[in-house]
Ligand binder design. Structure first.
Ligand SMILES: [Ca+2]
Length: 498
């Protein structure tokens, strides 16, 4: 787990176990000297999340309210962000939230049950916020599983026969009493099946917009303000056979590369959290010797790289540049702006393109309002003298393109130095093989924190979308207003990520 142990993930991955009070952990995880009352404190010094099992096998009774109170108290005492709640029913008839499966449907209408569920929701949340007023309630799903009901003409009526039809009323009750300091997370467990950007986008839109029709009008503004979008990713679906219930088709990619793609989409659309679940392998050695000892990196080769790539693409790209950059073939020409082996089209010497001409084969474009100048600086360079320059460019760029195939992945990296005003970034755009702009929502912008006078590295990984035949690299300048605003570019590389 060298990658997960390293710094970039510490703030991004929350790691925990399905409980902390296990006798067989004594002597292994808990020092023998520690009393069991000190275990939670020890646990929370190592992990930052934990599963607390509170029974929810029927509509909550008083004991369930007290379980929630205990969960909130434990979360706060342990320094945890909050509670993870799984609304799924795990005991027969698996219908806790289904009105038609309730015992008193002959005496109480759906509306009656909804009113009761809302009251129970209020009681649960009141107990929770008494213990932990700024808690995060992370539900593996909230309204995300009910998007089809929310789409209809009469959303509430559609809930009457739904397996989770009473859940929105419970959530309504939460919203009735939760102060604005409470954060709700809809974990969108049905994302286990998602395998395209559009599925994540459309589910995110359903949670943020459509699904609010399932709760009372007076709670909708609060729901929008306090509910985050999150997605579940089921690792087993990436190793299962194609006829399994949960199966993600990797297409032209390896399963790990497909996972990296889907994680990137999930992180793009989610507000803060994306959660991983897997049953067929483990991340750490288990103290239970009878359990399967296979680790995820063996079960799904490349999974660590996939997590790294999705959660910190710049860091991952920088590492690849460092590791492969020296041997890899730069697919750009004159990326180091040395000029030595590049002769301009008209046969003149490189000195002629010091100002007013982009160093070949780089080309220059700027917007109509922009009156900037591209050029070549023979003295200044990052690794070796020679760099491309942009001066007084309000909005423009140096451009070069390479031929690519859909599904390929490329590392893109470049160095830039700044003087005066302006903002710099590398944009990566797509064209068809015929040269038409393509898949603009998948344009990428690679940036780095601004720093005057120092060389900085911009880097990222891009995947060629369906239908694209050209990758266009644009070394972009914005907001340069005077002759003193100068940007230097050097050591720009594009190579295949293997
Ligand atoms: Ca150079």
């Amino acid at each position: 787990m060298s990658i997960l142990d390293s710094a970039p993930h510490e703030s991004q991955l929350h790691i925990g176990c399905s409980g902390w009070h296990y006798a067989h952990w004594r002597g292994r995880f808990y020092p023998d000297s520690l009393s069991s009352s000190q275990w939670l404190a020890h646990y929370s010094s190592v992990f930052d999340s934990v599963e607390v099992n509170t029974t929810f096998y029927r509509l909550p009774r008083d004991s369930t309210v007290e379980h929630w109170r205990t969960g909130a108290r434990v979360a706060r005492a342990g320094g945890l962000t909050g509670i993870m709640f799984d609304p799924e029913a795990y005991t027969p008839p698996y219908r806790s939230f289904d009105w038609t499966a309730q015992p008193q449907t002959d005496r109480h209408t759906f509306a009656d049950y909804r009113a009761m569920a809302r009251r129970r929701g209020r009681e649960m949340m009141a107990a929770v916020v008494e213990e932990y007023p700024d808690i995060t309630i992370f539900s593996l799903f909230m309204l995300s599983g009910l998007h089809t009901a929310a789409d209809g003409a009469d959303p509430v009526a559609a809930l009457a026969g739904n397996r989770y039809g009473l859940l929105p009323a419970l959530i309504d009750g939460w919203l009735d009493v939760a102060p604005e300091t409470v954060t709700f997370v809809d974990g969108c467990e049905r994302a286990y099946h998602f395998n395209s950007r559009v599925e994540y986008l459309s589910a995110g839109n359903a949670i943020r917009n459509t699904c609010q029709r399932l709760i009372s009008p007076e709670n909708r503004a609060k729901y929008r303000a306090q509910t985050q979008v999150s997605f579940g990713v089921y690792l087993d679906a990436y190793v299962n056979p194609p006829d399994a219930g949960y199966y993600i088709d990797p297409g032209d990619l390896t399963p790990a590369a497909r996972l990296a793609e889907n994680l990137a989409y999930a992180l793009e659309v989610a507000d803060q959290y994306v959660w991983l679940y897997g049953e067929q392998a483990s991340w750490w050695p288990s103290p239970n010797s009878t359990s399967d000892q296979i680790r995820w990196p063996e079960k799904l080769p490349g999974i660590e790289e996939a997590l790294w790539l999705a959660t910190d693409p710049r860091g991952y790209a920088l590492r690849l540049v460092e590791r492969q950059g020296a041997e890899a073939t730069n697919l750009l020409t004159n990326g180091d702006f040395s000029g030595a082996d590049v002769t301009p089209a008209d046969g003149t010497e490189p000195a002629d393109w010091e100002r007013g001409v982009a160093p070949p084969p780089w080309r220059f474009w700027q917007a109509g309002i922009s009156e900037g100048t591209p050029g070549w600086d023979r003295e200044v360079g990052h690794d070796a003298p020679g760099s491309g320059t942009l001066v007084r460019v309000r909005n423009g760029c140096l451009i070069q393109r390479i031929d690519v195939q859909p599904g390929e992945r490329y590392v893109v990296s470049g160095r830039r130095r700044m003087q005066g005003q302006g903002a710099a970034l590398i944009r990566v755009r797509w064209q068809t093989s015929e040269g038409a702009w393509h898949a603009e929502p998948l344009d990428r912008a690679l940036s780095a924190p601004a720093a005057d006078g120092d060389w900085q590295q911009l880097a990222g990984i891009v995947s060629v979308p369906e239908g694209a035949g050209r990758l266009i690299v644009l070394l972009w300048a914005d907001g340069q207003c005077s002759e003193d605003d100068v940007m230097w570019w050097d050591d720009v590389v594009v190579f295949r990520a293997e």
